[in-house]
Design a protein around this ligand. Structure first.
Ligand SMILES: [Zn+2]
Length: 64
């Protein structure tokens, strides 16, 4: 069988394994948008800093 794959459409097909373009937040379950040129990691981190700062920053001086 000859499969013609001249141009693979981006984002075509479901269940594409490999690069995950839109990671999910573990805390709120929201999809995190990954800016162009970014990888998932930093994007998730940015989301956390913006939405769940308390998660990134363990209570500082909030002891009492
Ligand atoms: Zn979140």
């Amino acid at each position: 069988m000859t499969v013609k794959k001249a141009m693979v459409k981006k984002g075509a097909g479901t269940g594409t394994k490999g690069k995950v373009k839109s990671p999910k937040c573990r805390t709120c379950g929201k999809r995190i948008r990954v800016p162009k040129g970014w990888s998932g990691g930093p994007a998730v981190r940015r989301h956390y800093w913006r939405e769940h700062r308390s998660v990134m920053q363990p209570e500082k001086g909030a002891g009492r």
